[in-house]
Structure formats: C-alpha cells, structure tokens
Write a new protein. Structure first.
Length: 344
C-alpha cells in the first residue's frame, strides 16, 4: 500500500473520505494514497500551506498565521471549502489528466443526513470528479473489503471503527438490514487520553502525543504484561516541560468509557436484528474493521461482552477503501449497493 504521491492516468477513483485519514484507490492499481485528513491554511491569504502528513506534523507547532484544520468531524464535512481544497489536492496527486474528469465513488457514514450526503457529492464535483458521483455507505464498503458474502441471504455483521464514527451494520442479500452509527471512535479515545493526562497528572499533551500513547499503550483487555512509557508535555501548574510515567492500565482506564460505547453500539444493532439473521451472526461471528479495530484486545473484549466471536478483517485499515474500489471495478454489477446523485 502506497503512502501517497503515486501518479496515475486512470480515470476511476474510489475514496474513503475519513475523519482521520483519506485513502484513495485507483482502478487497476489499488490503494495509491493514504494520508491524514489534515490541512494547513494561511489565515492571511486563504492559501493551502500543507496537506496530509505535512499538515498533521504541524499540529501544535505552527505559527499564529497558520490555521490547522481537520475538515471532517464525526464522519461528516465540517468545513466545506477546506474539504473541497483537500479533495482537489489528493485527486491531483493520483490523476494527471487535466482534461478527463475521473469517475468517482465515495463512502459515507450510514446515518448521515441528505444534506450531509449532498455536501460530500458537491465537494467531490467541485474538486474535479465527473458527474454523477457515486455514494456507498461505509459499512457496506467495509464488508465488501473484508471479504464478507454480502450478496448471500445469510447475515454478516460488520463493525467499522474509524476516527470519528463507529459504523455497525447487519448486511444480507446485498443490502443493509439494520445499521447504527455511533459518533465515538478513535478521536474520542485520543481525547480521553488528553483529559487523563490533564486531570490525573496535571500535564498538557497534544493530540498527536495522545494518539502515539494510544497506539503504544492502549488496550481494551488486560495485557499479559502491562507496559509503561515516559510521556513529555507541559506541566499545567508550573508551565514548564516535564515527563510523566504512564502505564497501559492508566490508558485502558481512560479509554474505557469510549470502548464501552463502541461495544454498546454493537449491542444496539444486535437488538434491532431480526431473529433469523441473529442466528446467522451467532454462527458466523462479527468482523471488526477500520483503524480503531487495531486497538489491542478489542476483539477479546467484544467477544466477551456480546457472546459473539469477533474477528479482525484481513486489512482493517484498508477495508473501506478496498470495498469501495472493488465496487468501482465492477460498478454495473454493484449499482444496487450504491446511490448516485448528479447535481443539476
């Protein structure tokens, strides 16, 4: 999987426009771009200063005239103009032709409003996509990308944990039978770690540091051997920099309410599932995808709390964009799974 910068003459593009990361799939090439959904803008001129990894590295370090923006919040567009510029930048990285607009499919959360869906389509069209822009719901894309048999009459349960939302859906016969979107995911876990440092240790840390702590020490289930790390920040009492020793148990306690909310979203979806399909899920288990699925011990926690065996998707980080791309590769056969709208 490329991290960005790959060029293509292909005209068919699938995009996982995520709160934390944007991934781009080009037909015939696979995933060619995977960068943070972050933008740095010069507040005086409105011009882009940096996008993706370069912008993310600037968080907490940029001068006053640089505005750092994450244009998506909770899975939906929060800053339309910046989102359109970010999309245009990413499209230009993978699509070299100035004359041929790419055909595009974008995935969206399952419970976004019509207005929010329209905003995604408008942003894509203004960024250079060919009309119509196809839309596929994230849990359907994640299920396809995870290799689940979405067209069969038996049920598949997919749990996609991203940066801004956790999408849970029961899929059968090519459609979503029931779905639940919880606006709790990786970002909320990061924020819980920031709050832990502030309240428990009187230490201010940045979001990037909190994310690193989550990746290094975070877990949803007790570890065989608990871990420790030294974390640097600013003392809230003295204003001076210092380090703090933190344990994996500290972090697990901090993110515990967020993990419980994710498990509760799964339970809510199961409660809404028809009995016949619930029986299928008991037999088949459920699949975890998305970056949040990589949290250590999450599958064990979900299995324990729901009584249903939880599996990790083959490539959790790429499940959505791969499913989106597979749909793009065979768009005629997959049209029943997508919705399309062309702006008049």
């Amino acid at each position: 999987m490329a991290g960005g910068g790959a060029l293509s003459l292909g005209r068919d593009i699938a995009i996982d426009l995520g709160t934390a990361n944007t991934l781009v799939y080009v037909k015939g090439e696979g995933v060619v771009l995977n960068e943070p959904s972050s933008v740095a803008v010069d507040s005086r001129t409105g011009e882009l200063v940096a996008v993706g990894f370069e912008a993310k590295r600037m968080w907490g370090r940029a001068p006053q005239n640089i505005r750092l923006v994450r244009p998506l919040q909770d899975g939906v567009i929060a800053d339309f103009d910046v989102c359109e510029k970010m999309l245009r930048y990413f499209i230009q990285q993978v699509h070299t032709s100035r004359w041929n607009k790419p055909r595009m499919i974008i995935c969206v959360p399952s419970e976004i409003t019509g207005v929010e869906r329209r905003a995604v389509q408008e942003a894509a069209e203004f960024a250079g996509a060919r009309r119509p822009v196809y839309i596929i719901e994230e849990p359907m894309a994640a299920a396809i990308g995870a290799g689940l048999p979405v067209h069969l009459p038996s049920a598949s349960l997919i749990v996609d944990i991203g940066g801004g939302t956790t999408e849970v859906a029961v899929i059968s016969m090519g459609g979503i039978v029931t779905a639940y979107s919880a606006r709790v995911a990786g970002d909320e876990l990061n924020q819980a770690i920031v709050e832990m440092f502030r309240t428990e240790f009187s230490l201010d840390v940045g979001e990037n540091t909190a994310e690193e702590v989550k990746l290094q020490l975070g877990s949803a289930w007790p570890l065989a051997e608990e871990l420790t790390a030294d974390v640097g920040g600013r003392d809230t009492l003295t204003g001076l920099p210092r380090t703090q020793v933190v344990t994996s148990e500290d972090v697990r306690s901090a993110i515990g309410p967020g993990v419980t909310a994710i498990v509760d979203a799964i339970k809510t979806t199961l409660e809404r599932t028809p009995p016949e399909l619930a029986a299928d899920i008991i037999g088949h288990g459920l699949t975890l995808s998305g970056g949040g699925a990589l949290l250590t011990g999450l599958a064990e926690r979900v299995t324990c709390d729901t009584g249903i065996h939880a599996f990790l998707a083959p490539e959790p980080l790429f499940s959505v964009v791969l499913g989106c791309g597979m749909t793009l590769d065979n768009i005629e056969a997959m049209k029943g799974l997508t919705a399309q709208t062309s702006l008049e």
